[in-house]
Design a protein around this ligand. Structure first.
Ligand code: HEC
Length: 106
């Protein structure tokens, strides 16, 4: 009995950082709309950006590099690092080769 309880405590301690690290897709959708879309609809300064403009691996590489505007500035300078993670989760979940591709954000 006591060992089972210990196991649950250990699992819970493990699960919390895992979730935090991968970001929230639903929050990401909100932040993408709020902080990115203003410049990224068709005809705007940055051109149209939707989850579909990259594959899952391309988004992964993009966020690993963490740079925006062709390397001119850090993504972290636009939104908080936690929000960057959420936006990554949203964009990757609906990338062109994802199980649920979609234009999103709108
Ligand atoms: C103030 C306007 C502005 C905001 C806000 C903005 N962008 Fe951009 N973005 C740009 C411009 C300008 C470019 C460069 C476009 C070009 O040169 O073709 C760009 C380029 C990009 C690109 C293409 C690759 C690259 O980096 O050059 C992606 C992807 C991108 N932005 C994602 C985002 C995300 C995600 C957010 C929100 C966290 C965001 N942008 C917020 C203006 C903006």
């Amino acid at each position: 009995m006591r060992n089972t309880l210990k196991l649950y405590v250990m699992l819970a301690a493990l699960a919390v950082p895992l979730v935090a690290q991968s970001g929230s897709e639903s929050k990401g959708k909100y932040y993408f709309k709020k902080s990115c879309k203003s410049c990224h609809v068709a005809g705007a300064a940055g051109g149209e950006v939707t989850p579909l403009v990259k594959t899952q691996n391309q988004w992964k590489a993009y966020f690993a590099a963490g740079m925006h505007k062709k390397g001119a500035e850090k993504l972290n300078s636009l939104v908080k690092p936690e929000q960057v993670k959420d936006i990554q989760a949203f964009l990757t979940a609906h990338a062109s080769d994802s199980p649920q591709p979609k234009t999103g954000g709108g």
